[in-house]
Design a protein around this ligand. Structure first.
Ligand code: MN
Length: 306
């Protein structure tokens, strides 16, 4: 409807845009990690939810998304072997960044995040890169039979010689879902863990997240925000491989997505573990809401600049 345009109405096909949606329809990494499969359907269900949600000209926050160009670059081919799909993802994400766009990558399993981090490291080889992982888990498990999986992306990143652990923050991790050995490993790499209990007070998470972005931005010129939906409580995000009884709230997730979009140094965002086989509707709307608020944030960058 002309007087009530939704996000999907202004998205253009291709990879020419300030924000570029990219799908990673792969859950082989979830299966290797022993999780419940289904996230390979995430991008497809995400796009179908997007048709019904997200006003273009938002009168509450007074931001009009038609001021930015949002593109949809489609999906990484679904039928590739895991390693080949990771390589294809890195190449595609890097090409979007080199083209000046901010990729918003919808998974798929959380293993996508190392491939995406590599894309940013490849695209910006000469500047320090910072990464925040919003996740109930640390995702620093060792490889399984030499294979990357949904629990290993940040071990791969912390072992990458191009990256420094002091530029990595684990945000909203939960001690009941994290081993002492993995927490010790993260700290040994000089990375920071901000536990869920530290941000669980009412309305504390978004402020703590903005603080974490600011801390990384002090020493880094390019930031990657990686968001695992299982960091959000299961009552609001039931459709993930590993639902958590406690966790962030949807409202906080939206505020954090907006803050990430609004930050001028955020050059990459990924969203992992939407599993529509477990639950499609609520979690799909949540995932699209995160994308929508990220886009509102990006649109607000222009406002600040002008
Ligand atoms: Mn994860």
């Amino acid at each position: 409807m002309a007087d009530d345009r939704k996000l999907a109405d202004i998205i253009q096909k291709g990879q020419e845009g300030q924000v570029v949606l990219l799908g990673f329809p792969c859950d082989a990494g979830v299966e290797i990690n022993g999780g419940r499969v289904g996230a390979r359907h995430g991008p497809e269900k995400f796009r179908s939810c997007m048709r019904r949600y997200g006003t273009v000209d938002n009168p509450e926050v007074n931001i009009d998304l038609s001021g930015i160009r949002i593109a949809d670059a489609g999906d990484i081919p679904a039928d590739l072997p895991l390693e080949a799909s990771h390589t294809a993802l890195t190449e595609k994400t890097a090409s979007i960044i080199q083209n000046g766009g901010i990729p918003f990558v919808v998974g798929g399993g959380n293993d996508q995040s190392y491939s995406n981090a590599c894309a940013l490291l490849d695209a910006k080889p000469d500047i320090p890169v910072g990464v925040i992982n919003i996740d109930a888990h640390l995702d620093v498990r060792p490889l399984i039979d030499g294979q990357a999986h949904s629990g290993s992306p940040f071990r791969l990143l912390l072992e990458d010689p191009r990256f420094s652990g002091s530029q990595f923050i684990e945000f909203a991790a939960q001690g009941s879902q994290v081993s002492r050995e993995h927490a010790r490993y993260v700290k040994e790499k000089k990375a920071q863990i901000i536990w869920f209990s530290e941000v669980a007070r009412i309305d504390a998470a978004a402020g703590a997240f903005r603080g974490a972005l600011g801390r990384l931005a002090w020493e880094c010129d390019s930031l990657f925000v990686s968001f695992d939906l299982d960091s959000i409580r299961a009552s609001e995000a039931p459709g993930v491989s590993c639902p958590g009884i406690m966790g962030l709230r949807a409202k906080e997730a939206f505020e954090m997505a907006f803050a990430a979009g609004a930050h001028p140094k955020v050059h990459l965002f990924d969203l992992s573990e939407y599993n529509p086989i477990i639950e499609e509707e609520l979690t799909g709307r949540l995932a699209v809401g995160i994308f929508y608020h990220f886009c509102l944030g990006v649109a607000s960058r222009r406002k600040v600049a002008s």
